[in-house]
Design a protein around this ligand. Structure first.
Ligand code: E4P
Length: 220
C-alpha cells in the first residue's frame, strides 16, 4: 500500500519525505486554506510540493460546472507531470473525468461516500477514487466497510482505478486499509507519526541503552 501525506503544509511534507516512506501527497481546498501563508499562489504551492515529493500530487479543482472543471483541471495538470487533478463526485465531475482522461490527464475523484459512486467513478475512467472513511464514521456509518465494498467491486470487474483511503483519523484506519488491500492511504502528519510509536519499543530501547552504558564500551 502506498502512503501519501494528507496536507498542504510544506514543513510536514518535507519531514515525512525525509523519513523515506512517502509515495505522494493529497491536498484539498480546506487544507490549503489552513496554511499560514494564505496569499501564496495555489499553483506555486503545488509546484513546490512536486519538487519535494516525487510521486502523485493531488490538487483539487474548485469549479463545479463541466467546462470550468476542465479549464481548471488543464491548468493544474500543466504545473507538473505528477499532478493528479482532484474532481468532485458529481455528474459534471465524472463527465470531466472522462474528457480529461482522453487528454491524458489523471484524476482523483473525491468526496466518495458510497460503493455505487465508486462504481461510476471507475466507469468514467478515474485514476484514483477517494472514499472518505473518517467522515462516514463521524456520521455513524462504518467507513472501512465502504473500502471493502469498493475493493470487491473493482476486483470483480478488474477496474484499474486505484482505491485511496481518505479522511483517515487514526492508526487503526491505516491498518484496516492495508488489510483490505487498498492501493493508497492518505494520512495526516500526526497519524503518520503515531504509526512509528509503540510503548514497548521505547521501553525496550531504553533497557538496551541502559544495559550497554553499564559496560562502558563504544562501537568504533
Ligand atoms: C483527501 O484527499 C481528503 O480530502 C481528506 O482526506 C479529507 O479528510 P477530512 O475528512 O479529515 O477533512
Amino acid at each position: 500500500m502506498k502512503i501519501f501525506i494528507d496536507t498542504a503544509n510544506i514543513d510536514e511534507i518535507r519531514q515525512a519525505n525525509d523519513w523515506g516512506i512517502l509515495d505522494g501527497v493529497t491536498t484539498n481546498p480546506s487544507l490549503v486554506a489552513k496554511e499560514k501563508d494564505k496569499g501564496k499562489d495555489f499553483k506555486a504551492i503545488v509546484k513546490e510540493i512536486c519538487e519535494i515529493v516525487h510521486g502523485d500530487i493531488s490538487a483539487e479543482v474548485v469549479a463545479t460546472k463541466y467546462e470550468d472543471i476542465l479549464h481548471e483541471g488543464r491548468i493544474l495538470a500543466k504545473i507538473h507531470k505528477n499532478v493528479v487533478v482532484k474532481v468532485p463526485l458529481t455528474p459534471d465531475g465524472l463527465k470531466a473525468v472522462k474528457t480529461l482522461k482522453a487528454e491524458g490527464i489523471r484524476t482523483n475523484v473525491t468526496l466518495c461516500f458510497s460503493a455505487n459512486q465508486a462504481l461510476l467513478a471507475a466507469k468514467a475512467g478515474a485514476y484514483i477514487i477517494s472514499p472518505f472513511i473518517g467522515r462516514l464514521d463521524d456520521a455513524g456509518h462504518d467507513g472501512i466497510e465502504l473500502v471493502e465494498e469498493i475493493r470487491e467491486i473493482y476486483d470483480n470487474y478488474e477496474f484499474e482505478t486505484k482505491i485511496l483511503v481518505a479522511s483517515i483519523r487514526n492508526p487503526v484506519h491505516v491498518k484496516q486499509a492495508a488489510m483490505i488491500g487498498a492501493d493508497i492511504a492518505t494520512i495526516p502528519f500526526k497519524v503518520i507519526e503515531q504509526l512509528y510509536r509503540h510503548p514497548l519499543t521505547d521501553a525496550g530501547l531504553k533497557q538496551f541503552l541502559d544495559d550497554w552504558a553499564k559496560l562502558g564500551q563504544q562501537i568504533k
